[in-house]
Ligand binder design. Structure first.
Ligand SMILES: Nc1ncnc2c1ncn2[C@@H]1O[C@H](COP(=O)(O)OP(=O)(O)O)[C@@H](O)[C@H]1O
Ligand SMILES: [Mg+2]
Length: 603
């Protein structure tokens, strides 16, 4: 439970003070209600037997104080007090409930934003092992589960715990025998549910997992719709979806059905006990009827509240158990990413030379732009993927001056992309350093990345207009149309834009389905050019283009040589002819370097 709370408080965003306030509102309405219920007993007794006022000293005292002449007036006043209490309680209850909804949906909003922010900030390696289906599920459904089944259920649990306790005390005061009987019902039901606890957890886990599986099946089936259709394997995905949906329904049905049990069990048992109590007390004790009426009226009214309170109490334990998997998922992801954020480039701090830079160059703070005047140096960069001992990139040192272009060549799997990902700051090398003008990029990775434009082999396009795809991540009002046209021209996209019905305002479709591969690729190039970055990194950027387009794009790239610093991975060697230096990689190492002449023609 303690662990559960610490996780819950970690996932909870914003102040916890509001939570205390809600709890207070909850408790006060409940206590008010219990108090009102407590007054109903005496009210009934007095109404049926006014002489009770004289017999009970407290009532007599109040009666004298108020200076009333008749007991009917007292009954009226007591009735009014009860009415007022219930009216105030109802109003408070409504306000408190509304507040809870506002608070919990607010929590959901904050949590959703916090998750989005965390996932965007997560180190690239996080995505090497995490499926996006699980992330989509966390953001969309687990936030709901958290607010409803963790947060609200916890509040309901605490409130009902208090209400139940108050009512039981009230009952103990009226009749200890009844208390024992009621506990005789509640405790077994509670214990039964306690035993079911693991089942609740299990159902919750199944519900959570099947939901992420369903997103995955959608991604797989629809993501590769062309392949699915041509191969004709729709049924395969249909069956997968069907299986997951059924698993989900089964778990949800069991959970919901089990949630009905406390109410039903308590109600039935209570009814049986009431009937038995009355019958037996008549048979064995020949109890006088009037005492019984008073006792039973408190009991009956208390039951009106005791049944829902105790069954809600038990239900909320079930909900909490059910949501514990969701809470774990959110907690683990947030914890992992947020912890990493603090320790970003922790390895780096261990390197003495960077440490010197970090401390020595205090002018390099987060907001400072990195200057690039002379050259970039990679020294002994080694990277191996998590859990893989063989490094994908080993001991690589290279330098390039501003305005130079270098090419990385080598067979597939040689480590070119990995090296580029390290240069892009996506992967943090286990050893070695990258320096710009003798300043480590790890002192301020963001401003290093601000220098880089990246064009991968397959461009990611958003389902939006050409314009927004080129000026990726820039708000409409801030899009510079002159820069846009320059980028379009340089990327050889002018002709296409002229043909399109709405020009640059034409939508490209999801992942660019309305464009050809070559056109998509040129949008990627235009995007890198639009952002006017100093250094361009091209990872097989022209590999998907036809010969003619490729040579046109290569021309465009070549024309930038000298003005931009470029790192080019090429599968077709002719496209890197113009590069100042060529590095040939093999199994993560540079095996040869020199001019194009030396490496490609003579090698
Ligand atoms: N996420 C990953 N986890 C583990 N190994 C990887 C991962 N990505 C790539 N590798 C391995 O690293 C090596 C280099 O891959 P990569 O840099 O993509 O080669 P290239 O771009 O030269 O074709 C390959 O052996 C590949 O299997
Ligand atoms: Mg590659």
């Amino acid at each position: 439970m303690q662990k559960y709370l610490s996780k819950l408080f970690y996932v909870l965003t914003g102040t916890k003070r509001k939570l205390a306030l809600i709890l207070l509102a909850f408790i006060s309405t409940s206590v008010l209600e219990a108090f009102g219920i407590g007054l109903i007993g005496p009210f009934f007794s007095i109404a049926s037997r006014p002489q009770v006022i004289q017999e009970v000293s407290i009532l007599d005292g109040i009666y004298q104080k108020l200076g009333l002449q008749e007991s009917s007036q007292f009954i009226l006043i007591l009735g009014l007090v009860i009415v007022v209490i219930f009216c105030v309680q109802s109003a408070l209850y409504f306000l408190a409930q509304t507040y809870i909804y506002r608070y919990s949906f607010n929590q959901k909003t904050r949590l959703t934003s916090r998750l989005m922010k965390s996932y965007l900030a997560a180190p690239y390696t996080f995505y090497l092992k995490q499926n996006t289906a699980a992330i989509i599920k966390n953001i969309l459904t687990e936030t709901n589960t958290f607010t409803q089944n963790s947060l609200q259920a916890l509040l309901i649990l605490i409130t009902n715990l208090i209400v139940t306790a108050v009512l039981l005390i009230l009952l103990a005061y009226t009749s200890p025998l009844l208390l024992v009987m009621i506990l005789g019902i509640l405790v077994p039901v509670f214990l039964l549910f306690q035993r079911l606890g693991n089942k609740f957890q299990n159902w919750g886990q199944i519900q959570s997992q099947t939901q992420s599986e369903m997103v995955r099946v959608i991604n797989h089936g629809l993501g590769g719709l062309k392949e699915t259709r041509v191969i004709g394997c729709e049924e395969y995905f249909e069956n997968q979806m069907d299986r997951e949906a059924q698993k989900y329904s089964r778990a949800a049905t069991l959970f919901q059905a089990a949630q009905l049990l406390p109410n039903i069990l308590i109600k039935t048992c209570l009814l049986v006990f009431v009937v038995l109590f009355i019958s037996l007390s008549q048979v064995f004790f020949k109890n006088n009827g009037q005492d019984l009426t008073a006792v039973m009226s408190v009991f009956a009214v208390a039951s009106v509240r005791l049944i829902p309170a105790s069954s809600q109490l038990i239900q909320s334990i079930g909900r909490i158990r059910n949501s514990s998997h969701a809470l774990d998922m959110l907690y683990l992801d947030l914890k992992e990413i947020e912890k990493r954020e603090v320790y970003v480039y922790k390895n780096r701090e261990l390197l003495p030379e960077s440490k010197n830079n970090g401390l020595g160059n205090s002018r390099f703070n987060k907001n400072q732009a990195m200057t690039f005047v002379n050259q970039i140096d990679l020294t002994n960069v080694t990277y191996h993927y998590p859990d893989i001992s063989e490094p994908a990139v080993k001991d690589i040192s290279l330098s390039l001056k501003k305005g130079e272009s270098i090419a990385l060549i080598g067979k597939s799997g040689a480590g070119k992309t990995t090296l580029v990902d390290v240069i892009l700051g996506l992967l943090e090398p286990q050893s070695g350093d990258i320096q710009v003008d003798a300043v480590s990029v790890y002192d301020n990775i963001r401003s290093w990345q601000n220098l880089i434009g990246y064009i991968p082999q397959s461009i990611f396009l958003i389902d939006d207009t050409m314009e927004r795809n080129i000026a990726f991540g820039v708000a409409d009002a801030q899009i510079d149309s002159e820069r846009l046209h320059k980028a379009i021209k340089a990327a050889q996209l002018e002709e296409l834009v002229e043909q399109l019905p709405e020009g640059i305002k034409t939508s490209v479709g999801e992942r660019g389905v309305r464009l050809s591969g070559g056109q998509r690729q040129r949008i990627g190039i235009a995007r890198a050019l639009y952002h006017e970055r100093e250094i361009l990194v091209l990872d097989e950027a022209t590999a998907a283009l036809d010969n003619e387009t490729e040579s046109r794009v290569t021309e465009a790239i070549k024309s930038l040589a000298g003005t931009k610093t470029m790192i080019i991975i090429a599968h077709r060697l002719t496209t890197v002819e113009h590069c100042d230096r060529v590095y040939c990689l093999e199994r993560g190492r540079v095996v040869k370097s020199g001019s194009y002449q030396e490496v490609v023609l003579e090698g």
